[in-house]
Design a protein around this ligand. Structure first.
Ligand code: PLP
Length: 386
């Protein structure tokens, strides 16, 4: 079969490959603790499931408008205004099957071959993948452990050239759990305005924050609404990964192009899911609070446990549900150690290099698993490393 040349430029998410390997080991009878996949282990709250069932019964089983059902677009615009403190209109919203398509659609709609796009490294692997796929140049921006996995604004300034068209930021961040401060965002915004850059701000973990840290969107700074695409969604906040429901908030002139991409691709997002989305954003948020409190407990267990293992140093993250421990003190490289942990300890995690070259020397653990399983994984890691 002929496979198109362009497929060589497309990357992937290693988490799904490691999950498949771990499942194969389980099928052979091995016990595996899953700390590789980035999804909440909680069930979707009951009120959201009930709303989807009602949506089905009420006939939301047909195609809907490409940018989303008017009631959900309005709900998301109100939610954005409320959460971020900026005016937001329904006309700025496109609802998509998960937040991920927003990355693809934004790049397809705004980036030409030869343009440069700066992205965080280590970072979500799909950023680099989609930039390469359209023939643009993916320019890595190093995140620094000593800065709590923020980047240095001077590093960013040095990477900007006349060809730079877009910057990806992600806070709270996957894979490090790091956050960008208000001051960082203000400085990034100034650079974006000065150099006429667009910013794709991936805010999918904005509700999963600890220790009183407050989320700020880069869109709130002067001159940014007209150059920011916010990616957000239901997957992480409401434990709805399998529903495939997310959205983008973008400058209004971009909406027809993103809608056109959606028409070419999926026509629209599942209609009854969108009814559930309205309930998620307007109904009780108690379950979200409960999940975040539980994540915080797990964060503390895994950070303390990892720091007690010789050769491992783990920064305490302020958001998301990942830790990114430095493992250089173990004398092994990231790939090798991730393989050893899977095959010898029965702990599935990801090599830091699954998130880019600057991930060497680190592992990523997702702590979306029970405290009991996290403690079991820590015992197993300790045994293998001693
Ligand atoms: N952005 C980041 C940083 C993520 O980690 C993920 C999922 O892992 C996504 C976006 C995509 O989420 P969704 O399930 O809504 O497509």
């Amino acid at each position: 079969m002929h496979i198109a040349e362009r497929m060589k430029t497309l990357g992937t998410e290693t988490a799904f490959l490691v999950l498949a390997k771990a499942r194969a080991l389980e099928a052979q009878g091995k016990s595996i603790v899953h700390l590789e996949i980035g999804e909440p282990d909680f069930d979707t709250p009951a009120n959201i499931k009930a709303a989807a069932k009602k949506g089905l019964d009420e006939g939301f089983t047909h195609y809907g408008p490409a940018p989303g059902l008017p009631e959900l677009r309005k709900t998301i615009a109100d939610y954005t205004g409320r959460m971020l403190g900026i005016p937001c209109r329904s006309e700025q919203i496109v609802v998509t099957p998960g937040g991920k398509p927003i990355m693809f659609f934004a790049i397809l709609a705004c980036i030409d071959q030869g343009d440069e796009v700066i992205y965080p490294n280590p970072g979500f692997p799909i950023y680099e993948s989609v930039i390469n796929f359209v023939g643009a140049k993916a320019v890595p921006l190093e995140l620094r452990e000593e800065k709590g996995f923020r980047f240095d604004i001077d590093d960013l300034a040095k990477l900007i050239t006349p060809k730079t068209r877009m910057l990806f930021i992600n806070s709270p961040q996957n894979p490090t759990g790091g956050i960008l401060t208000r001051d960082d965002l203000e400085q990034i915004a100034k650079l974006a305005v000065k150099h006429n850059m667009m910013v794709l701000s991936d805010e999918i973990y904005s509700r999963i924050l600890y220790d009183g840290f407050q989320h700020t969107s880069i869109a709130t700074f002067s001159g940014m609404v007209e150059r920011t695409i916010i990616l957000d969604g239901f997957s992480k906040t409401y434990a709805m990964t399998g529903w495939r429901l997310g959205w983008g908030v973008m400058p209004e002139p971009l909406v027809p192009y993103v809608s056109q991409l959606q028409i070419n691709c999926t026509s629209c997002t599942t209609s009854f899911n969108q009814i559930a989305g309205v309930e998620a954003l307007t109904g009780s948020q108690k379950e979200v609070e409960r999940m975040v409190a539980e994540f915080k407990l797990r964060r503390d267990v895994i950070v303390d446990g990892l720091n007690a293992i010789p050769g491992v140093r783990c920064h305490k993250p302020l958001g998301a549900f990942y830790v990114f421990p430095n493992i250089t003190g173990t004398g092994r490289n990231s790939r090798e150690l991730a393989d050893v942990l899977l095959n010898e300890a029965g702990v599935a995690c990801l090599s830091g290099t699954a998130f880019g070259a600057h991930g060497e020397g680190y592992l990523r653990f997702s702590y979306a698993n029970s405290v009991e399983n996290i403690r079991l994984a820590l015992d197993r890691i300790r045994k293998v490393l001693s």
